[in-house]
Design a protein around this ligand. Structure first.
Ligand SMILES: Nc1ncnc2c1ncn2[C@@H]1O[C@H](COP(=O)(O)OP(=O)(O)OP(=O)(O)O)[C@@H](O)[C@H]1O
Ligand SMILES: [Mg+2]
Length: 309
């Protein structure tokens, strides 16, 4: 449904988006991850037809962006970075305005507005000028206008930025409920958000694609994936732990009495470590297998070198 080939955007001699290629199919919820300035928003602006690529091709629903931009935009709901425009309109005026632009009329318009107002909980703000709203409520208005015409494709640039924890939860649920027959592309700096709502994660750094697979595959790239952590509640002789078969490395945090054992590739450390602790009758509070840490993969992939083994 979305087909991007060799997409590049340069500003002068600076390349913000560098030769990206990907396809996105119906039902996919894609999370764009990447450091500030990586090119996420620039890519989204090109996907929504607001910015012309320097080179490369975007096809959406079998139409080419450079010849069918308007027809493509009808299929897309877009939440841009920052707040929505027309700050002197009230929330309700703004939603009516957008509904009309999107071709909604009569009862259908009234129903859709009522639906989205309920979905993003804007009921108490309808008569306030948008300029006077708090950051989070402005964001909600932005989400409301993006979903108003029930688009097949939703492109949301940091949808939960500035929202309180309850609204974050609400918006994530909304995205999950929307996503069954749609394409949703979100950008976010909240790594857990990708595991929570996305079935595909793309990491972009310096305009280039560093990773494109499921969040589960992403977390497997963490050096912590299947590492075993032991919390001791008093002094213990830990020298034997680092010598156990399958242990590649041992990290000791003396202040908290925590030891993490990293496996050599493919090794299953838990039974070996558990047995060692039992035999030595060691003073252990907590013993667990690490699920992997997104922040550590993100850091490795987006800082110098980039490659994760
Ligand atoms: N109109 C423009 N003119 C010149 N440079 C631009 C323009 N728009 C974006 N850039 C540059 O392109 C790069 C990518 O910006 P972009 O906004 O896409 O990053 P991002 O991944 O969305 O970052 P953030 O996480 O901070 O939102 C940045 O270095 C930015 O300064
Ligand atoms: Mg951005």
């Amino acid at each position: 449904m979305i087909d991007v080939k060799n997409l590049t955007k340069s500003f002068g001699d600076f390349t913000a988006v560098d030769n990206l290629s990907f396809e996105i199919k119906s039902g996919e919820v894609v999370g764009f991850l990447g450091p500030n300035g990586a090119g996420k928003s620039t890519t989204m602006k090109m996907l929504t037809g607001f910015l012309k690529p320097t080179s490369g091709e975007i096809r959406i629903a079998d139409m080419a962006m450079d010849t069918s931009c308007k027809a493509i935009q009808e299929k897309i709901g877009y939440l841009p970075e920052g707040a929505p425009a027309y700050g002197d309109m009230t929330v309700l005026q703004f939603l009516h305005f957008i509904a009309e632009v999107r071709g909604l009329k009569g009862e259908k318009k009234t129903h859709r507005i009522a639906d989205v107002v309920a979905q993003v909980e804007l009921k108490d703000m309808l008569d306030r000028p948008i300029d006077n709203l708090s950051k989070g409520f402005k964001r909600r208005v932005g989400i409301a206008q993006a979903i108003l015409h029930d688009p097949e494709i939703l492109i949301l640039d940091e949808p939960t930025d500035g929202l309180d924890p309850n609204q974050k939860h609400q918006v994530r649920k909304l995205i999950q409920n929307l996503s069954k027959d749609k394409i949703v592309v979100i950008s976010t700096h909240i790594l857990e958000e990708v595991s929570a709502v996305c079935n595909r994660a793309m990491i972009i750094a310096e305009g280039k694609m560093m990773f494109d697979a499921t969040p589960a595959d992403l977390i497997k790239k963490s050096r912590y994936y299947r590492a075993v952590t032991v919390h001791f509640n008093q002094f213990a002789d830990i020298s034997g732990l680092g010598e156990l078969p399958g242990v590649n490395e041992m990290e000791v945090d003396k202040s908290s009495g925590k030891v993490t054992l990293f496996p050599i590739k493919g090794a299953d450390l838990m039974p070996i470590v558990a047995e060692h602790i039992r035999q030595g009758n060691m003073p252990v509070d907590l013993l667990y297998s690490e699920p992997g840490r997104m922040d550590d993969v993100f850091r490795t992939m987006t800082t110098a070198g980039g490659e994760v083994k």
